[in-house]
Design a protein around this ligand. Structure first.
Ligand code: 2RA
Length: 349
């Protein structure tokens, strides 16, 4: 029969989009079982047009499951992914628990599909949404030109922090809409109050140069993840990578400015040809006509969108790009669904 799929964390921000994606893609699955915390068990969600009851996360919930997609916090994944593997499932995990484990492939089907075949722990990891929102475009250029250095800044949407992030921005926007706020120091902060939700500072009418938790020497965990994961996915363990992560008042779609330096001189025409033909990438780049990707247009779509392709003014081996990707789709749910399909239909890799 066809393989059985479990979605663990079906009620979260990514889980919700995953159910839509599973309903839209060519259907390779037999049963799709929805699993969540006991708090959400008993809820009914729709997948492939069918109402499906959410079952509680227990060992038995994995019986008969071939592939289990996890969209849960790190500590829940660390505890339960091995349980699912012991019960016979291959796990595709979207938490940070296993991404840098040398025995767990970090898979982006357009970039390194072959890595999904060898999985000593029975687990495949999905990169962080910020890495994923740019890596398909960067990987296509690397395959042709040979990447030597990456310098990126992110503009990250609030849904990267889940339902709580979206709720926080919407509440803050309702407090500042139609006011004259944003003209004096601290006026936005006073209006939105002390509770800034999952963010370090107010995110309405603001940008916040912080995502994740504090690491050594002032780096954020998010910045370290983008560096470490880009190196692992591209198979370039010593690639110089500089990252600054910034949260912006956008609901969904992470954007990144990218400075990419290559082995030899590059041309904009050569880069455009690669980007225009790379699977999973859309080149949308005509500034004379006002055409470049923005989150408001990219949200809800699958590809990685690239615009503003320029050659660095002071380095003929480097390119400047602006890249947008839906952080809940390619950045999370879509990539996990694609990895699961690689497992279910290995001939494709
Ligand atoms: C964020 N990348 O955007 C994070 C979520 N893992 O908040």
């Amino acid at each position: 029969g066809r393989p059985a799929l479990a979605v663990v964390g079906a009620t979260g921000a990514v889980g919700t989009v995953l159910l839509q994606i599973l309903s839209q893609r060519a259907d390779v699955w037999g049963e799709i079982r929805l699993i969540a915390s006991p708090r959400s068990a008993g809820r009914k969600l729709t997948v492939r047009g069918e109402e499906t009851e959410v079952v509680a996360l227990t060992e038995e919930a994995f019986d008969g499951i071939d592939v289990a997609l996890f969209d849960v916090p790190d500590e829940v994944a660390a505890r339960w992914a091995p349980v699912a593997v012991a019960r016979g499932a291959v796990v595709v995990d979207n938490s940070g628990a296993f991404r840098m484990d040398p025995e767990v492939p970090l898979v982006v089907p357009e970039v390194n599909p072959h890595t999904a075949r060898i999985r000593p722990r029975g687990i495949l990891a999905n990169p962080n949404c910020t890495t994923l929102s740019m890596i398909v475009a960067v990987g296509a250029l690397h395959a042709e030109f040979g990447l030597r250095e990456l310098v990126v800044s992110s503009c990250q949407a609030v849904s990267g922090a889940g339902h709580a992030g979206v709720r926080t921005l919407r509440e803050q926007l309702s407090l500042v809409a139609g006011t004259e706020l944003g003209t004096g120091p601290g006026d936005v902060r006073r209006a939105v109050g002390d509770d800034t939700g999952p963010f370090a500072d107010p995110v309405a009418l603001n940008v916040v140069p912080w995502a994740g938790s504090l690491r050594e020497d002032g780096w954020s965990s998010e910045e370290m993840e983008v560096r470490d994961e880009s190196r692992k996915v591209l198979g370039l363990p010593r690639l110089p990578v500089a990252v600054t992560c910034v949260r912006v008042p956008v609901i969904t779609v992470h954007s990144l400015t990218v400075h990419a330096r290559f082995e030899h001189e590059v041309t904009v025409d050569g880069a455009r040809e690669i980007l225009a033909t790379a699977p999973g990438v859309v080149l949308y780049d005509n500034p004379a006509a006002g055409e470049f990707p923005t989150p408001a247009d990219v949200v809800g779509t699958d590809p990685t969108w690239v615009g503003r392709v320029r050659r660095a003014l002071d380095d003929p081996t480097a390119l400047e790009l602006f890249v947008c990707g839906d952080n809940l789709r390619k950045g999370a749910a879509l990539n996990t669904a694609q990895i699961a399909e690689l497992v279910a239909l290995p001939a494709r890799s």
